[in-house]
Design a protein around this ligand. Structure first.
Ligand code: GUN
Length: 295
């Protein structure tokens, strides 16, 4: 069994980012990312903190905008509008989920598609479906694909089963992997909560992607001998033996499944690492695209 480590592959992406960053700097441009955090969900706060740290490490311009959960829809739209008009900002990310009462789709619609480095605006989802390379793909799916490519795992003609149909992961990853590029050309099945005999479907997978958000849901019965398993889940579970009283686990029962796999991603230290790396790459590309448009 081979462990596909997010850090090693994220470092390849960061090395590319650093090169492109230097080239932009030499041309007088500094990529800028704005992250909008609404409310005080601890997991969201932790993700936003890691994004900010990474921006600082790379030398990027980084803005964190924090708003209370009581913010109105219109006030949040005004925040987005201001960032759309701010020339120092090339990428905007609104941390999801938003607190109850706020309409996420309406907020995402307000983001300038050229700054939508999260790849969730309908224009970018459309470009993903059309395989138009000027769009931005969502970061977690593109991170999964990059992990496969960098690990030398063949995807062309192979059966990929994705469990989970969210736009943020499952549905977007299906579009990426059925496409024609590198790390694609796969035969893709998307399974979800209404799928009948899920284990029979997932056992057909050469590459199985778990993106359901249920701790350790995927067990050995779901996995074919010699499959590659990509675990997108990041779930915090109680663990009295852990220092914090809790720990992170994936959607895959790693201990039970790992020995059956050709390769598997760990949690933590797997896909999660890639999401931030792809966000940085998208932001740097957004800066380059704007600079090419303006010149
Ligand atoms: N929440 C969990 N993952 C993501 C992500 O990739 N983007 C945003 N905006 N929110 C998230």
């Amino acid at each position: 069994m081979k462990l596909i480590e997010g850090k090693t592959i994220a470092d390849i992406v960061y090395a590319e980012c650093a090169r492109e960053f230097e080239a932009l700097k030499a041309d007088g441009h500094t990529p800028g990312l704005a992250v909008v955090l609404v409310g005080d969900d601890p997991a969201s706060r932790a993700y936003v903190g890691s994004k900010e740290r990474k921006c600082q490490e790379l030398g990027m311009h980084s803005v964190k905008i924090e708003k209370p959960a009581t913010i109105s829809q219109d006030e949040l739209h005004a925040v987005i509008e201001e960032l759309n008009n701010d020339d120092a900002i090339h990428g905007i990310l609104v941390q999801l989920p938003l607190p109850d009462g706020l309409d996420e789709d309406e907020v995402i619609l307000r983001i300038d598609p050229a700054k939508d480095v999260d790849g969730l605006h309908p224009v970018n989802i459309g470009k993903l479906a059309m395989e138009d390379p000027t769009g931005f793909a969502p970061c977690t799916p593109s991170g999964c694909q990059r992990m496969l490519v960098e690990s030398g795992i063949e995807t062309s003609g192979r059966n990929v089963v994705i469990v989970g149909r969210s736009l943020l992961v499952g549905k977007s990853l299906a579009l990426l992997m059925m496409g024609k590029g590198e790390g694609a050309n796969a035969t893709v099945t998307v399974a979800h909560s209404r799928t009948k005999d899920l284990a029979a479907v997932t056992r057909e997978a050469d590459i199985l992607v778990a993106a359901i958000g249920i701790p350790k849901f995927i067990g050995p019965d779901h996995v074919k001998e010699g499959a590659v398993v990509i675990d997108v889940g990041i779930n915090r579970i109680d663990d009295p033996t852990a220092k914090k009283g809790s720990r992170l686990v994936g959607d895959v029962d790693f201990e039970a499944v790992a020995e059956k796999c050709e390769a598997i991603t760990p949690v933590p230290g797997g896909v999660g690492r890639m999401t931030i790396a792809m966000l940085m790459a998208n932001t740097i590309r957004a800066c380059r695209l704007r600079q090419s448009r303006d010149s």
